[in-house]
Design a protein around this ligand. Structure first.
Ligand code: PRP
Ligand code: URA
Length: 210
């Protein structure tokens, strides 16, 4: 669809996404599913990590084998809902540092409003994963990535669970240098900027605020 878009449609992701969409799924299970899906998407997003050869001693001999080549990484959730994906990424990349970027969508204009940004001091040495379960109009993700780019990270990847086609188009065109990993692209946005059929408000469902 776009050169910088990968749809992570592994059967496990599709199955867990179905459970996530269900309006009967409560906050506890919703949080667990978001974390699990984030871990599975992260597995795909880390597929191209460079390796180097090492020699180690096994109990019975010497093996020439491979380890990941000292890459420094950071995960940056878009608050609030992105927080739900952080532990899934850290499960696979425990040495990653965590930054935070706070944006909320103005309910009238649907435009993102930035209220917080704290990134690791050594961000120019790091490959960054920006995470947010939802990409609707794309405004929040586009602005978050633009802000993070000003700190000159080595690279940026964006991971989301669900997107609307119009928002994904805008994101991929605004940031063609950012590889996107997405669980599924739905039909469209409704008049309030919600993804249809979607899963509702991800932040409210993670934190039980509605
Ligand atoms: C949600 C979601 C994204 C944004 C997506 O956050 O987590 O950040 O909406 O919408 P967009 O693509 O149209 O910008 P929300 O603004 O509801 O804030 P919250 O996570 O604090 O609830
Ligand atoms: N944010 C959400 O949490 N859900 C949507 O459908 C759109 C934006």
């Amino acid at each position: 669809m776009y050169d910088n878009l990968f749809i992570a449609d592994h059967p496990l992701i599709q199955h867990k996404l179905t459970l996530l969409r269900d309006k009967e799924t409560g906050s506890k299970e919703f949080r667990e599913l978001v974390e699990e899906i984030a871990m599975l998407i992260c597995y795909e997003a880390t597929r191209s990590l460079p390796l180097k050869e090492v020699e180690i001693e096994t109990p019975v001999g010497v093996a020439r084998t491979k380890v990941i080549q000292g890459r420094k990484m950071a995960v940056v959730p878009i608050l609030r809902a992105g927080l739900g994906m952080v532990d899934g990424v850290l499960n696979l990349v425990p040495a990653a540092k965590v930054g935070h970027i706070g944006l909320y969508r103005d309910p009238e204009t649907l435009r993102p409003v930035e209220y917080y940004c704290k990134l690791p001091a050594d961000i120019p040495e790091r490959d960054v994963f920006v995470v947010d379960p939802m990409l609707a109009t794309g405004g929040s993700a586009i602005d978050a990535v633009s802000t993070i780019k000003k700190s000159n990270p080595k690279s940026i990847k964006f991971m989301c669970i669900l997107a609307a086609p119009e928002g994904m188009k805008d994101f991929c065109e605004a940031h063609p240098d950012v590889q996107v990993y997405c669980g599924a692209i739905d039909e469209r946005l409704d008049d309030h900027g919600y993804i249809l059929p979607g899963l509702g408000d991800a932040g409210d469902r993670i934190f039980g605020t509605r």
